[in-house]
Design a binder for this molecule. Structure first.
Ligand SMILES: Nc1nc2c(c(=O)[nH]1)N[C@H]1C(S)=C(S)[C@@H](COP(=O)(O)O)O[C@H]1N2
Ligand SMILES: [Mo]
Length: 363
C-alpha cells in the first residue's frame, strides 16, 4: 500500500524569506497534495524596490510613443474591465530560480538572490490581452518594441539609480499571448503581485511580467533598458562582453514536492511527487532516479500537460539502503529538450536548468 501521508512527519513550510527587501520563496513541500495552482499567499515574491501601494480609483495605464497612430491613450481599471476578458493558467518564474544550485551542485560563485527552486508559481490569471489594448490604442503596423514600466520606486543598487523597473518586450510576443492581468486565482491582484494590474508574459523569465504597470511606450525602433542590457543576459566566459541576447524563455525544469534533506524510513513505501515545466511548451515525459542517476525510470504523469504551466507526476519509492541518497527528476518537453546534468555557468546565475540532486536521508 502506498501511504499518501507518508511525508506527514516532515515539517512543512509554506514560504521562506530570501532577502531583507522582502523577497519570498515558495517551499516545494507545501505543494504536496495541493491543487494545480499556487495559492496567492504562497506565491513567491520578487520586487526590486519594495511594494508600492496604488489607489485603483486613480490608477490608469498610459500608452504613448511613435508606434501609435495618434497621441497617448489612457485606460483606467474600468476601461480595462470593459474590454474582452481572457483567463490563462501560466507560471511566472524568476530567471534566477535555482541560482543557489550553481554553488551547491557545481561549486560556482554567482551573484544575486540565492533562490532554491521555489521562485516559481502557477496562477490562473485574468485580464485583457495586451494585443487588444494595443489595438485600441492605435498601434501602427510597423511598431516593433514596447517598453512596459512599473510604478514602483526607482531601483538603486551599489549607488547606481537604474530608474523604474522596465523591460523591452517585442511587439511580436505582445500580440501573441501576453495578458494585462488584474486578477490572480479569481481575486484582485495582491499588492505584492502588482495590484492593480501587471503583465503576464507566459513562458518568459519573470522580469518580463512587469508589476504595477503604469505605462507602455510603443516604438517603431528598438528600445532598451538596464533590464535587457545590464541584467537578464548571460555574462561570463563563452559570452560576448556585452552578454548574450536578452533572456526570453525559461528552460525545462523539475522539482520534487519535498524539502531538501527530508528524512525517510528504510523499507517504507513512499509516493514521491513533483512537477516539471518548460518555457518551450508542454512537458512530454519525466524520469526519476532514486540512486543518484544510476538508473532512470518513468514517472507517472498526473493530470493535464499544457503549455505555459507545470505538469504533475508521481513515483513510488521504497528506500532500500540507509544513509544519504540523491533523488533526481529529469523532464523532456514537447520540443524534445531534456534536462541535462550540468548547467552552463553564467556570472549572474540565471536559468539553472540542470537536473537537481535532491538530498534525502534514509533512516
Ligand atoms: N514593476 C516591477 N515589476 C516586476 C518586478 C519589479 O521589481 N518591479 N520584478 C520582476 C521579477 S524579477 C519577477 S521574477 C516577477 C515576480 O513576480 P511575483 O513577485 O508576482 O512573483 O516580477 C517581475 N516584475
Ligand atoms: Mo526575477
Amino acid at each position: 500500500m502506498l501511504r499518501e501521508d507518508s511525508f506527514r512527519e516532515q515539517q512543512v513550510h509554506d514560504t521562506v524569506r530570501r532577502d531583507p527587501g522582502g523577497d519570498v520563496e515558495m517551499c516545494w513541500e507545501s505543494l504536496r497534495g495541493s491543487g494545480h495552482h499556487t495559492p496567492a499567499e504562497r506565491f513567491f515574491v520578487r520586487s526590486h524596490s519594495g511594494v508600492p501601494r496604488i489607489d485603483p480609483r486613480t490608477w490608469s495605464l498610459r500608452l504613448h510613443g511613435d508606434g501609435l497612430r495618434g497621441g497617448p491613450v489612457e485606460f483606467d481599471l474600468e476601461d480595462l474591465r470593459a474590454l474582452p476578458r481572457r483567463s490563462m493558467t501560466a507560471f511566472i518564474e524568476c530567471a534566477g530560480n535555482g541560482r543557489s544550485l550553481y554553488t551547491i551542485q557545481q561549486n560556482q560563485r554567482v551573484e544575486g538572490t540565492p533562490w532554491g527552486l521555489g521562485a516559481i508559481g502557477v496562477a490562473h490569471w485574468t485580464g485583457v490581452p495586451l494585443a487588444v489594448v494595443l489595438e485600441r490604442a492605435g498601434i501602427r503596423a510597423d511598431a516593433v518594441d514596447l517598453l512596459p514600466r512599473g510604478l514602483d520606486r526607482p531601483y538603486v543598487r551599489h549607488g547606481v539609480d537604474y530608474g523604474p523597473v522596465r523591460r523591452p518586450l517585442p511587439v511580436s510576443k505582445a500580440m501573441k499571448d501576453v495578458l494585462v492581468a488584474y486578477e490572480m486565482n479569481g481575486h484582485p491582484l495582491r499588492p505584492e503581485h502588482g495590484h492593480p494590474a501587471r503583465l503576464v508574459v507566459p513562458d518568459w523569465v519573470g522580469v518580463a511580467s512587469i508589476k504595477w504597470l503604469g505605462d507602455v511606450e510603443v516604438s517603431t525602433g528598438p528600445l532598451h533598458s538596464p533590464w535587457d542590457t545590464d541584467f537578464y543576459r548571460l555574462f561570463g566566459l563563452g559570452h560576448p562582453p556585452e552578454g548574450s541576447a536578452p533572456l526570453t524563455t525559461v528552460p525545462v525544469k523539475s522539482a520534487f514536492e519535498l524539502s531538501p534533506g527530508a528524512r525517510v524510513c528504510l523499507e517504507h513505501e513512499y509516493l514521491l511527487t513533483g512537477r516539471s515545466w518548460s518555457g518551450n511548451g508542454a512537458i512530454r515525459s519525466v524520469e526519476v532516479s532514486t540512486d543518484g542517476g544510476g538508473r532512470w525510470l518513468p514517472a507517472r504523469m498526473v493530470g493535464p500537460r499544457h503549455r505555459h504551466t507545470w505538469a504533475q507526476w508521481e513515483f513510488p519509492w521504497r528506500p532500500e539502503r540507509r544513509g544519504r541518497v540523491e533523488l533526481m527528476a529529469r523532464a523532456t518537453d514537447e520540443t524534445g529538450v531534456t534536462q541535462s546534468l550540468g548547467a552552463p555557468y553564467n556570472t549572474k546565475g540565471y536559468v539553472f536548468g540542470a537536473v537537481v540532486r535532491h538530498p534525502v536521508t534514509v533512516v
